[in-house]
Design a protein around this ligand. Structure first.
Ligand SMILES: Cc1cc2nc3c(=O)[nH]c(=O)nc-3n(C[C@H](O)[C@H](O)[C@H](O)COP(=O)(O)O)c2cc1C
Length: 583
């Protein structure tokens, strides 16, 4: 096996992004690069990587076999991955898969005899508002119709090449929106370049921050009362203040751009259309918490986002923003939703399987490479420049007590105008969002329910949607704001099928570490298949609830709850539908 000298140099450069005694952390990058070059990761590639990083081959194999994007066997030259999760399912991905299989004459995970195509399904591409969505190699295709699919495949067959797909134009604002994070993206001619960002006032917050003491920045962020936008809604400033001090160890900042929760596609908009807002937020946050190195952990299925970030970091370096005491590196994931959970993410960043850690200790005390670490979501960090520029008092004037500022929400499912929107928190109800902003449901249909914060959150019934969109109101309504991914279900949706789809996701994504989650999610999936096929047994509905209840609260990380809560809510609120299916 020969590695071209240029690739070898690139690999050596990437290894320097991690501490010299933590070279293992580079393994995901190496796997990506070698797979791109050889088409797969077999014995020779694994041996080579192990040698390069000073690891045992098994340490590389555990990574190759854990992450769905890696393969130890050659795939077709064009790997077609069709998203099968709930929003894309509601948009018709099942039909597309059927068409593909007929057109190419192969089944799932099979390769055409000419070695051109392999078809697979994928667990959410974070394109829920523009489904059905698919990727072919690194290219993304949205709103795929049967005609479009035909044309794409025929073109590849004729040219032997895959065309680069341009980013879609950013979505214009709705009059009810209040855009702060998305304010720039639809300005005429705005490209997200450093020059454009600076023209709109970018990096003034960074300059202002440099004139402040780090503890003043932490205090300002604390006073702004901003809560994390990644899912749990933990107060950001408070998290920063928990960082272990005086340990003599470096402090790390990790930006969580794993965005894999079905229904959620907000962080990709920031990364794709205004990457410097995130970079500025990371720089200020690093300065505030004393971190000299930040990693942006970006999900593997966002290769275009990774390229945009790499390019933006180089622009910021050329201007002296990055590399002048603070380094920012991009770390690519490789599939696996569990990498979004902060301790799973840290394990993954260290070059291992993404097995969440038992907390405490929390990352603020023992995090990346055993050092104090802050993990924040993309949107949370993108808010920081605004807080520093305008002050906590200004920031708090937006939103409502307990939920300050604006929030990005993403709407998918059968509404007339799905998409991403930004609102002051608590100033709009779910009803207004669905009917006024998103134009209501398709003609002739009525609302059946809404999943308010990514597929893990308990569903709201149609009569529960007069709830304001903020953390506390949604909590009082028995659910959570979660990741801001809102999936609308109309009267055509079969709740048992939807529950099965969601459960398949969590069963597939369970890391397998905790027995209740590993076994329970598969058991629920099996029962749901049975119910869906109309072959449920009378005891199945109660059993389904009981299995979910036995996962809830009994796992190392909240993926257990993420799997259990939707099932418990669907069974409780739509029991008659489960019973109709033979339960
Ligand atoms: C299974 C699971 C998946 C998660 N995925 C993400 C994710 O993709 N992005 C994210 O920011 N947070 C995700 N989180 C939440 C993170 O663990 C963590 O709370 C968050 O990154 C902290 O950032 P914040 O305080 O700015 O919200 C996930 C949590 C769990 C349990």
């Amino acid at each position: 096996m020969t590695i071209p000298a240029e690739l070898d140099r690139h690999i050596d450069a990437i290894i320097t992004h991690y501490p010299p005694d933590k070279k293992r952390a580079a393994v995901l990058w190496l796997c990506h690069l070698l797979q791109e070059h050889f088409g797969f990761l077999g014995e020779e590639q694994v041996q080579w990587m192990a040698g390069k990083l000073g690891l045992q081959p098994i340490n590389v194999w555990e990574v190759v076999t854990f992450y769905p994007m890696f393969t130890s066997k050659p795939r077709g030259k064009f790997h077609i991955k069709v998203c099968r999760t709930l929003s894309c399912d509601l948009a018709g991905c099942g039909g597309l898969l059927g068409l593909l299989r007929t057109k190419l004459g192969v089944g799932l995970d099979e390769t055409t005899p000419d070695g051109l195509f392999t078809i697979s399904t994928v667990e959410c591409l974070a394109l829920c508002g523009t489904g059905p969505a698919m990727m072919i190699n690194d290219e993304t295709f949205e709103r795929v119709t049967p005609e479009k699919l035909d044309a794409i495949i025929d073109r590849i067959k004729t040219t032997g090449k895959l065309d680069t797909q341009p980013l879609p134009a950013p979505q214009p604002p709705h009059p009810l929106e209040k855009r702060l994070i998305l304010a720039n993206i639809t300005k005429p001619g705005y490209t997200g370049s450093l020059a454009d960002y600076e023209r709109e006032g970018g990096y003034t917050a960074w300059r202002k921050a440099l004139g402040m003491k780090p503890e003043e920045i932490v205090a300002e962020v604390k006073n702004s009362e901003i809560r994390g936008r990644g899912g749990a809604g933990f107060p950001c400033g408070l998290k920063w203040s928990f960082l272990a001090k005086g340990t003599g160890k470096p402090v790390y900042l990790v930006c969580n751009c794993d965005e894999s929760e079905p229904g959620t596609f907000k962080d990709r908009q920031i990364v794709h259309y205004d990457p410097h807002m995130l970079i500025e937020g990371i720089l200020i946050s690093c300065y505030a918490v004393g971190a000299k190195v930040a990693y942006i952990y970006i999900r593997g299925e966002m290769p275009q986002g990774a390229k945009i970030l790499l390019n933006a970091i180089e622009e910021a370096r050329a201007k002296g923003y990055v590399g002048n005491g603070i380094e920012i590196y991009v770390h690519r994931g490789a599939g696996a939703y569990i990498c979004g959970e902060e301790t799973g993410l840290i394990e993954s960043l260290e070059g291992k399987r993404a097995y969440p850690r038992i907390k405490p200790p929390f990352p603020a005390v023992v995090g990346l490479f055993g050092c104090p670490t802050v993990v924040n979501n993309v949107e949370t960090l993108a808010n920081v420049p605004h807080i520093i520029n305008n002050g906590a008092t200004w920031y708090k004037m937006m939103g409502v007590p307990g939920s300050t500022g604006t929030r990005l929400v993403c709407v998918s499912g059968p509404v007339k105008r799905p998409g991403y929107y930004e609102f002051e928190m608590g100033k709009l109800t779910m009803r207004q969002l669905i009917f006024d902003v998103c134009g209501g449901l398709r003609d002739g249909h009525t609302l059946k329910g809404v999943i308010p914060g990514g597929s893990s959150m308990p569903v709201l019934k149609a009569d529960q949607i007069d709830v304001p969109l903020d953390f506390e109101s949604l909590r009082k309504a028995g659910t959570m704001a979660g990741s801001g991914g809102i999936i609308v279900l109309d009267d055509s949706v079969d709740i048992v099928a939807a529950t099965l789809n969601v459960t398949q996701f969590y069963a597939h994504e369970s890391c397998g570490q905790c027995t209740p989650c590993r076994e329970g999610t598969l058991w629920m999936e099996k029962m749901l298949h049975r119910l869906h096929a109309g072959q449920g047994r009378p005891q199945d509905v109660d059993l389904l609830y009981e299995v979910a209840d036995n996962i809830d609260g009994k796992t190392i990380c909240p993926l257990g709850e993420a799997a259990a809560w939707p099932v418990k809510a669907f069974v409780t609120k739509y029991r008659e539908e489960f019973e109709k299916h033979g339960g």
